[in-house]
Design a protein around this ligand. Structure first.
Ligand code: KG4
Ligand code: ZN
Length: 325
């Protein structure tokens, strides 16, 4: 189960997705111009039972066929996490099966392994979502720790898309709206900055401010939104893919894995493909619908934990809304 703006449930057996379902409360947040945590939590209360049933129906399974329950414990919105954890505990207790707590970002990586199999050793993982923009060097997890190479100093890339979309008057969620609008625009129309060139960090708040200034500069005139969206998207995709490919070269890593909601962005995908091909790097990106939050990715981590013989979580396990990477 995954919790955020969407209530997601997936059923995975031995690395194979049997069925998954997702309900989104995004429409309920749209009129507030952003995600309202209380609305997200209440929406989960209503969605959790039907979404579990839909996932079971798609998989052709019954609740009693479930052998273990995995649930996101963090990071995320605390009310939403609480609802998911309570539901997962109830299920695990009633069914008499193990419960596993899952880190949300491990889930994003598992969205890719669900499609492409285990990660090669070593590989570079770029996680880009609404809350994170991080580059990790992943070696053999059993022997070597994950090296956390780059992080954002301020906003995450998805947050930048969401906030600028609001300034441009585009609907919520902003990232997909920017992506759609950008199709009609010129990516080179506005020379938005490429933050921190040559540095080993990401930063997106300057880009967000530059986009807001550009919009303000059109006061009283029609805003060429498509050009603004295409240029913003180009700047974000340029910075993300350039730094990820440079890091692969520097660390002599032959595989780049791009995951998280922003990995669904069409320009991030195409530019990553272009640059990886030119650099001889193998690129892995999950299918678009598994990039944004979903239950399948959390179920896949659960399946991996069960097969690795991991110790289940106690039934009094609690959420960790700001769980570190
Ligand atoms: O991973 P995710 O679903 O939730 C978090 O863990 O944050 O990522 C959500 C983020 C949002 O900021 C959303 O606007 C962005 O991913 N996003 C996109 C696209 N689809 C989702 N950003 C750009 N282009 C997209 N197509
Ligand atoms: Zn996410």
């Amino acid at each position: 189960m995954a919790e955020g703006v969407g209530t997601g449930v997936g059923l995975v057996r031995h690395g194979r997705l049997l069925g998954h379902a997702l309900a989104s409360s995004m429409d309920e947040h749209a009129r507030y111009g952003g995600v309202v945590p209380e609305i997200a939590a209440r929406a989960h209360v209503h969605a959790v039972r039907p979404v579990i049933q839909r996932a079971l129906d798609k998989a052709g399974l019954r609740l009693t066929d479930v052998g273990a329950v995995a649930v996101t414990t963090g990071p995320g919105l605390s009310g939403a996490l609480q609802v998911g954890l309570a539901a997962a505990k109830g299920l695990a207790y009633a069914l008499g099966v193990p419960l596993h707590g899952v880190h949300h970002l491990a889930g994003h990586v598992a969205a890719d392994t669900l499609e492409h199999g285990p990660l090669p050793d070593p590989c570079m993982v770029l996680i880009v979502s609404g809350g994170h923009t991080s580059l990790l060097l992943v070696r053999d997890l059993a022997r070597d720790p994950v090296l956390h190479l780059i992080d954002t100093l301020d906003d995450a890339a998805g947050e930048c898309f969401d906030k600028v979309a609001r300034v441009f008057g585009l609907p919520c969620p902003g990232g997909p709206a920017i992506d759609r609008t950008a199709r009609e625009g010129d990516p080179h129309a506005v020379p938005f900055p490429r933050p921190l060139p040559g540095s080993y960090d990401f930063s997106f708040s300057g880009l967000k401010t530059a986009a807001a200034r550009w919009a303000e500069g059109h006061a009283g005139r029609e805003l060429p939104v498509a050009d603004g969206a295409a240029s913003l998207q180009e700047a974000v995709a340029d910075v993300l893919t350039r730094k990820a490919v440079d890091a692969c070269r520097k660390h002599r890593v032959g595989t780049l894995v791009v995951v998280g909601g922003v990995a669904a962005n069409s320009r991030v995908r195409s530019l990553a493909e272009e640059r990886c091909r030119a650099a001889g790097i193998h690129l892995r990106v999950p299918p678009m619908k598994l990039c944004t939050d979903n239950g399948a990715m959390i179920a896949n981590v659960g399946d991996l934990l069960v097969r690795a013989g991991a110790e289940p979580a106690p039934l009094d396990v609690s959420i960790d809304p700001s769980a570190p990477l």
